[in-house]
Design a protein around this ligand. Structure first.
Ligand SMILES: [Zn+2]
Ligand SMILES: [Zn+2]
Length: 254
């Protein structure tokens, strides 16, 4: 029975010590395997994955490896589990987590910055200077850490958005993707909006057309507003898009 020290679980949502997970072997080779169920640390929760979308970037990773990177190299034959567009139910709480309750439905954003580097302190956590270093606290699930093609995944509490009962599991998998487009449109000034800031157009246009995984491809200095959008909206999926936009302005102009 899954009961790591310091981790809160519930008999209402029992978790097993081992979980099923799809693992990337050679290029284009995914196989179903068994792994230890991951353990949430401080400010993290265990999410039971209820639905996962398959993104074009997932297919790219399975075929060519990049933009995923494990231990500084391609992710093949490293017991790596892809998948970054997923949602689920909070199944266990890391030590002292009281921001979420077991049983809550959540959708996830993949990036969690280290929280201590200069870029994280500026709010540009998708360009974290410790990108790809899980020991430093950075996560990009499905890119540098295990993702959602599994029964469970660990997520930082800052990457979770509560899902209302009116939203289906399948719909909730696409919250970050939808947020990306919404953010791009907001930067445009809305559909049919004016070009008020000509200098921002090339960036805004790129964002509106981008797919997931841009954060993993971009080097420091090119923030992934795709993921930041969702982060700004993590108070709840029904929260206002516009409020998250205001939090993005600093990285946009850096
Ligand atoms: Zn950082
Ligand atoms: Zn994606």
């Amino acid at each position: 029975m899954y009961q790591p020290p310091g981790v809160k679980t519930s008999s209402d949502l029992p978790v097993s010590d081992l979980m099923k997970a799809w693992v990337l072997g050679d290029p284009d080779q995914l196989h179903l395997s068994e792994k230890p169920t991951p353990v949430p640390s401080r400010a993290e929760v265990l999410v039971r994955i209820d639905a996962v979308a398959i993104c074009a970037t997932d297919l790219e990773i399975i075929h060519a490896g990049s933009p995923a990177s494990i231990q500084g190299g391609l992710p093949f034959n490293k017991n790596f589990t892809p998948g970054h567009e997923y949602m689920g139910t909070v199944a266990a709480l890391g030590p002292d987590v009281d921001e979420f309750r077991i049983g809550e439905r959540v959708s996830v954003e993949i990036h969690a910055g280290c929280g201590q580097c200069k870029r994280c302190r500026q709010g540009m956590y998708t360009s974290c200077l410790n990108y790809g270093k899980p020991d430093k606290g950075h996560r990009a699930n499905g890119f540098t850490t295990d993702g959602g093609f599994a029964e469970y995944a660990v997520n930082h509490i800052n990457t979770l958005a509560r899902v209302p009962d009116t939203m289906s599991d399948a719909e909730a998998t696409l919250v970050v993707t939808a947020g990306t487009s919404m953010y791009g449109l907001t930067e445009f000034g809305g559909i049919g909006g004016r070009r008020e800031r000509r200098g921002d157009w090339p960036r805004a246009d790129r964002t509106s057309r981008s797919s997931c995984g841009q954060g993993a491809r971009r080097k420091p200095g090119h923030p992934d507003r795709h993921a930041q959008q969702a982060a700004g909206d993590r108070r709840g999926i029904g929260g206002p898009i516009a409020s998250s936009t205001s939090t993005m302005k600093t990285p946009l102009r850096s």
